[in-house]
Design a protein around this ligand. Sequence first.
Ligand code: AMP
Length: 382
Amino acid sequence: MTATRVLVLNSGSSSVKYQIVDMADGSRPAAGQVERIGEEGGAADHVTALKQVGDDLAAQGFGLDSPELAAVGHRVVHGGTRFTEPTLVTDEVLTAIEALVPLAPLHNPANLTGIRAVRELRPDLPQVAVFDTAFHATLPEAAYRYAIDRDTADAHHIRRYGFHGTSHAFVSRATARLLGKDPSEVNVIVLHLGNGASASAVRGGVCVDTSMGLTPLEGLVMGTRSGDIDPAVLLHLQRSAGMTPDEVDALLNRKSGLLGLCGDNDMREIGRRMAEGDEAAQLAFDIYVHRLRKYVGAYTAVLGRVDAVTFTAGVGENSAAVREAALRGMGLLGIEVDAVRNAVRGSAARLISAKGSRVAVAVVPTDEELQIAQEAYSLVTL
Ligand code: AMP
């Protein structure tokens, strides 16, 4: 019997999500998540959460001891400049991921706990780290270098890394397929709009710019993150408002974005409030959309020729209102959305552009688990 199953583990800061992907047919025989780690009513810590994942899998008949398991694929948030490809986990790789903790203090430790927990239970099972930053490793220096003193930047590894890379890779390739083309033939702007949100410019399958930076804070307006902001605001808050660095961090990452603007970070709730004439919700929506439109324009300029603009993730896949507002009046750029197609709900990859729109507009459900499973599987079956 050939082992065709890959366990995909996504150990986040407060949750662990898991899926078994069967590479023989793409099916998902088991999936689930452990939430609220470290919070009341949740697992005490990541070690406990991963034990629970092991128990859940065993209860579903897919225990870690299963001979059908070919590999475990781990989403690892920060790969720094070193990890630009899926990587087989060794002691040395673990140490290198550990060394990147200062760049992703919430995420990389959680990812490491997941890898170590599996190692303890199944030391013989190949584990593959798939990095959220990897797809953006191709950014040219003009796009990834911040315009600050070079020596300071280099000494502290300060540059644009970008995140959501697995999703941007999957969605840009799926967009090419939807257009009946090879990824090398198309230029795509991918708008990953979930609770976290990022845009990327992908030229011929190669990422050339992305909106998240050193950390996932930069760029678009998100559920709870501010996105782009004048860095002097941070200094002002510390000098004049007496806030500590940790307080500024919490403000920008957890109490800003849609939540900070109107008290809700769920686009469904914001839509409901807008329908009732709620002004704060309307303004939050308008600010969110204004930023999005600026990135579409910027990445059109970066790419020169755009073949498709693709929406993905929770908001991108579900909110026709955001899609419509984000691209309204962009006929001069060759972008025209068809109102009827845009309004149709669905779970399949689909085109929503108007007939005759020079640029295709697409909705492509992201599938990071499948992408991670494919990358892990191809590495261990080479
Ligand atoms: P994600 O991080 O990709 O899981 O996206 C989560 C976000 O997607 C939620 O916070 C909502 O804002 C948004 N979302 C989910 N479903 C819908 C929907 N039906 N309409 C609008 N927004 C939605």
